[in-house]
Design a protein around this ligand. Structure first.
Ligand SMILES: NC(=O)c1ccc[n+]([C@@H]2O[C@H](COP(=O)([O-])OP(=O)(O)OC[C@H]3O[C@@H](n4cnc5c(N)ncnc54)[C@H](OP(=O)(O)O)[C@@H]3O)[C@@H](O)[C@H]2O)c1
Length: 353
């Protein structure tokens, strides 16, 4: 049965894993003293500036306002999304409403006319942060992520520079994204880390074998990005839509035979969703939320109706039998095509380990 809670969207604490375990090699952190409380589901804002086709700024602002009205308390952005456009848009949307929501932004990926590169040199971190503060129109960033570890810079050096920003009050919490377990350990040994962001959904479950247990061992909150499998898990995606969007065309899971295979895989999700009277996307989000109270997915959409649909997934409760059925039908490794997004040599965790 799918149960529904009425009222305000449930809240979650990041950085206070329910049962963090510690060993001699992983001394306890002080994360529990400074949890970041947020809604069970956040809003991924990337698509409002890049990735899935054109967006309209006025409608995007309405999407953000609808999210706040529905109880969303986490907006996810990055300097690189639209090369600053996304942060500016959020700054405009939140004018006078900054206290209503936590804003998470990221630095480390630099998009320029000559393509995409990484830069997380410690001497540049302050400049990136100050430019984000200006665009967002805030005095402090609630959650500041290292978007990608810079292969030229030991992660502890970048985190050290980020820790200085916390000490100065420019940043409240630190996060990391697309990181290996070894790097996560080094980051957490340098400064408490509140959240780790990584691709996790019924489409891509590889991180259940490494980052998920590592983050829980360290008491770090889990923020799955692309939780709708970049749209695939909504069972509404087709080849024509992929052709029109710039982001998925470079991802092997959305090409030719792999896309056809994957659309067939989605049928199992759609069948169970239909039986439960929910949408496939809602079921995919409910499955993620059922993975633990430390999981805060950030689905993205440019559309208010879809936003409402996604947020309503926070009210769904799946029975153990339904979770078992999804686990079996959409087990890790059952999908076609490797996960290869833009800037792949530096954005695939396995290639930088
Ligand atoms: N840390 C990182 O490296 C990283 C990487 C990627 C993303 N992210 C973050 O994660 C967020 C979410 O990831 P994502 O946007 O890549 O993928 P996603 O949330 O899995 O999927 C977004 C796609 O699904 C579509 N969609 C959303 N809700 C839908 C619904 N109810 N029915 C049908 N289609 C729906 C959207 O289209 P419409 O817009 O047309 O609704 C869009 O094409 C991003 O916004 C970003 O903030 C972080």
């Amino acid at each position: 049965m799918v149960g529904r809670h009425r009222g305000k969207m449930r809240q979650r604490d990041l950085g206070t894993s329910a049962t963090p375990t510690t060993t001699a090699a992983t001394p306890p952190t002080s994360l529990a003293a400074t949890p970041l409380t947020t809604s069970a589901i956040g809003l991924g804002c990337m698509g409002l500036s890049q990735g899935y086709g054109p967006a309209d700024d006025d409608e995007s602002i309405r999407v953000i306002h609808r999210a706040l009205d529905l109880g969303v308390r986490m907006l996810d952005t990055a300097i690189s999304y639209g090369r600053g456009h996304n942060e500016q848009l959020i700054g405009r949307a939140l004018a006078g409403r900054h206290d209503d929501v936590a804003v998470a932004t990221k630095f480390g990926i630099v998009r320029g006319d000559d393509g995409v590169r990484l830069d997380a040199r410690p001497e540049h971190v302050r400049g990136y942060c100050e430019s984000s503060l200006r665009r967002l129109g805030v005095e402090a960033i609630d959650l500041y992520y290292l978007h990608r570890v810079d292969p030229e810079v030991p992660v502890a050096e970048t985190i050290g520079a980020m820790a200085d920003l916390v000490a100065e009050g420019k940043v409240r919490h630190l996060g990391v994204s697309e990181i290996t377990v070894a790097q996560l350990d080094q980051a957490a040994a340098t400064h408490p880390i509140t959240a780790v962001q990584f691709e996790w959904s019924l489409l891509w479950r590889e991180s259940e074998a490494d980052i998920v247990p590592a983050a829980r061992r360290l008491g770090i909150g889990l923020v799955p990005y692309s939780p709708l499998g970049r749209g695939l898990l909504t069972a509404t995606l087709d080849a024509a839509t992929v052709d029109r969007s710039d982001f998925r065309r470079t991802d092997a899971r959305f090409h030719d035979e792999a896309l056809n295979d994957n659309l067939r895989q989605v049928a199992a999700l759609r069948d169970l969703a239909t039986k439960l009277g929910v949408t496939s996307g809602q079921l995919a989000l409910a499955w993620l939320l059922a993975q633990g109270p430390d999981v805060v997915p950030i689905p993205g959409t440019r559309n208010r109706r879809r936003l409402s649909e996604n947020v309503a997934a926070a009210d769904l409760e799946l029975s153990p039998a339904h979770l078992d059925r999804l686990d079996a039908a959409l087990a890790p490794g059952t999908w076609s095509g490797d996960r290869t997004s833009f800037a792949v040599p530096v954005t695939t965790r396995r290639s930088v380990s």
